[in-house]
Design a protein around this ligand. Sequence first.
Ligand SMILES: [Fe+2]
Ligand SMILES: [Fe+2]
Length: 484
Amino acid sequence: MSESLLPWLDVASAEGSSPRTVDAADQAAPLSEVVGALSCALDITEGQPEGHALRTCMIGMKLAERMGLSEHDRSALFYALQLKDLGCSSNAARVAHLFAADDRRVKKDFKTTDWPRLISSMRYAARNVAPHGSLIQKLGRFVAIGVGGPGEARTMVKIRCERGAAIASMFGLPRATAQTIRDLDEHWNGRGHPEGLRGEAIFPLARVASVAQTVEVFLEAGGLDAALDMAKKRQGKWFDPAIVKALLSLRNDTKFWAEVTGPDILRAVAAHEPPDLVLTADAGRIDRIALGFGQVVDAKSPWTQKHSEKVSELAVGIGRAMGMDDAAVRDLRHAALLHDIGKLGVSNAILDKPGGLTDDEVAAMRMHPAFTHRIMSRVRVLSRIADVAASHHERLDGKGYHRGLTAKQLSKPARALVVADMCEAISAERPYRDTIPMPDVLEILDRQVGSGVCPEAFEALKLHLDVVGYTPSRWSDAPQACAA
Ligand SMILES: [Fe+2]
Ligand SMILES: [Fe+2]
């Protein structure tokens, strides 16, 4: 991943530092700062360079200003543009399975393909199916995609749009924000997805967002002329002609385009939020955002449905049994909900691979806590717990990953999270076995006490289970839409 796109966000590393708890009043922050930084996690799931959603936001808001949209419309659009890909993880497993390929690469190519045209979509499929497979495998995947056809594509877009809209609603954003996400992939000529809406039947803000997101992809890939040429060609097909006209009128605004492609994108984006309608992220909203992004992570793989939520349930119980105060428990809950957010940067071809992983695949998988640290460090109100979240695969004996921390370097909340994560992962149902009964899970953990697992955290887990109990996750309860 690029290191330099959002340099102002590279706050002093929290790695190795002790977590600091704060009270709820300290947690209020501009909402745009929180979702803007987290939007980079959605970018990498879509195979886009970090900053894609932020640049899309800049372009969409400039169009909205040029078109004279009301402050309320611009406020709803502002968040829809940054969170448009909230549902992106929900079809990642399906994409990886269908193409037998890295879902991020397949999705990236999709963004520059004129997919309603048969010849374009066939070339797209030929480019992307089973890139490392034999001719027979390629043909098999090609046929599978052909059999699924437009119906399969429509289903995948529907899953993404509806899931994204539902999570945006959880964040307490305007209904128009959710509606924009829902209609994002509809086309002016009625050949888009998921409903095939035509012309003015498409939600107006979604028409703006559709232009903005596609222009950003072409701008990044080929520059401004390529982006504007694409928009002209798709005028009246993909896009509302009035919005393309507004876009073309921006051609000579060199200051604006320099800002879009410049290094200070988060600050530039914040300046486009309607000043009288600036939203804040108070403690309650941050809680909902952590829960929502936890769901985005869990939706990435059918084998991890509810993982983050269940880990947070266990971590909170362990934290309380270890005597943590309310603020510390709240921080631990957020760290637990977001601990695997770095998995959004790992291909489902690895996450869901049946059988053993190659050395390179293991190395890629083991990078996910580092990605978690990187993403969370960028969100000011979450940065103090980035270290805890990113330590969930560490062990007391230093044989864990990704930093090989030792007992002295692992804080109490980090130790609690390690035990919660292990308990959920060991107990959950897998494609090759049923759930594991809790007495057996405790026996497995007990064998690692002192070497991998903190004795105090383990005792706290047992205390929590005695009082509250726990039901292991069943992957077979996962929504069918996510099953690979
Ligand atoms: Fe993990
Ligand atoms: Fe985990």
